[in-house]
Ligand binder design. Structure first.
Ligand code: PLP
Length: 386
């Protein structure tokens, strides 16, 4: 049987495999503290569930337009007005199957075989695999604590070649929780525009910032592609819903791709998401954001006390990306030991690229504070008994 040659280039998403191992241990009766997965533990907010129930009660669950439900595109446009003071026409907003669907659509209309795309390393692993699927070439921009784990304009310019077509960044970023400030964002956008390339900004962790506000790249230019999702701040991972804001002239191409790839995003999820921007939902989501902030303030000092090094306090998302080199030479092995000996699941750096992955681990504060404390105590006991 044939397997396409390109599949040799596509790496598995290791964290999903680690989670499966953790779940297998749980099935054997082991207690596991899950600090590996980027998924909030909260139930879907009541008003969102209620909107889904009301819609389902009518019994008519049919396809929507490929670009999404017009009311939802309007609601997202209004979200940009209320939250950011930006006028974004609903015509530029495409509702998608998660940020994953948005990334696939955006890169699908942008990447030609052989094109180079620059991606920060460490970074969200799926992006480089999307580029590979489209037979482009992902090129890593090594980032570290010195530049707050985000690329700089100088670095971008130095790595731009004749074959480079664009840059993908995320702010706040996964795995580091690092934000791009407005100056850096503008200077990156400037370099990309000057070279005639495309800037794609993943804003999936917007809303989950602590003590600072994330700026949208849409404030800088109408030429950027912006990705967002209902998964993280809105806590709707399993509903599989996100969105893409694209320059108007690309929308028709994106529509053709969406029609062919999956016809339309989930209808029930779209009706549920109409309630995601209601004030009573915002109140629930904001109190969850405050809880995430408290969790971070338990996890971060706890990890530092164990010997992990974290240069700066992460200001967004729900991750701590920690240097584990003082605790062992290989974070993959350490993650395996934490899981099997201490019952703590955390993600080794190898998921996020080739830039010192074996010296780093990612911890997600997506579980309750007492679970985080328990996890820290378990790791301390394991490390102390060595
Ligand atoms: C940076 C980033 N982008 C995109 C995604 C995909 O999210 P979803 O498809 O659930 O919206 C994730 C998920 O963890 C992520 O961390």
């Amino acid at each position: 049987m044939n397997i396409a040659a390109r599949m040799a280039q596509i790496a598995p998403f290791h964290v999903m495999e680690l989670m499966a191992r953790a779940q297998a241990l749980e099935a054997e009766g082991r207690s596991i503290i899950h600090l590996e997965v980027g998924e909030p533990d909260f139930a879907t907010a009541g008003p969102i569930l209620e909107a889904a129930r009301r819609f389902l009660a009518k019994g008519h669950v049919h396809y929507t337009a490929a670009l999404g439900l017009p009311q939802l595109r309007e609601a997202i446009s209004n979200h940009y007005r209320v939250r950011y003071g930006l006028e974004i026409s609903p015509a530029r907003i495409i509702v998608t199957a998660g940020a994953s669907g948005a990334l696939l659509l955006a890169l699908g209309v942008l990447v030609n075989p052989g094109d180079e795309w620059l991606l920060p390393d460490p970074g969200y692993p799926c992006n480089r695999n999307f580029v590979r699927l489209l037979e482009g070439r992902p090129v890593a921009l090594a980032v570290d604590a010195a530049s707050n784990y985000q690329p700089t304009a100088t670095q971008l310019a130095a790595n731009w070649t004749d074959r480079t077509k664009g840059l993908v960044v995320a702010s706040p970023a996964n795995p580091t929780g690092a934000l791009l400030d407005s100056e850096t964002m503008a200077s990156l956008a400037g370099v990309v525009a000057q070279r005639g390339g495309t800037l794609l900004v993943d804003e999936i962790y917007h809303g989950l910032t602590y003590g600072v506000d994330a700026m949208s790249a849409l404030a800088i230019s109408d030429e950027v592609f912006v990705i967002n999702s209902f998964s993280k701040y809105f806590g709707m991972t399993g509903w599989r819903l996100g969105w893409l804001v694209a320059p108007e002239r690309h929308v028709r191409e994106i529509e053709k791709l969406a029609q062919n790839l999956y016809i339309a995003p989930s209808t029930v999820a779209q009706h549920a998401a109409l309630a995601a921007f209601h004030p009573e939902t915002t109140e629930i989501l904001e109190s969850r954001r405050e809880e995430f902030s408290r969790r971070r303030d338990v996890l971060l000092p706890g990890l530092r006390a164990l010997g992990f090094k974290v240069a700066a306090v992460p200001q967004g998302a729900f991750y701590v990306y920690a240097d584990s080199s003082a605790l062992g030479a290989d974070s993959d092995q350490l993650a395996g030991e934490f899981l099997s000996e201490a019952g703590v699941a955390a993600t080794p750096g190898m998921d996020f690229g080739n830039n010192a992955p074996r010296a780093h681990m990612r911890f997600a504060y997506t579980v309750a504070r007492d679970r985080i404390e328990d996890g820290l105590a378990r790791m301390a006991a394991m490390l102390g008994s060595r």
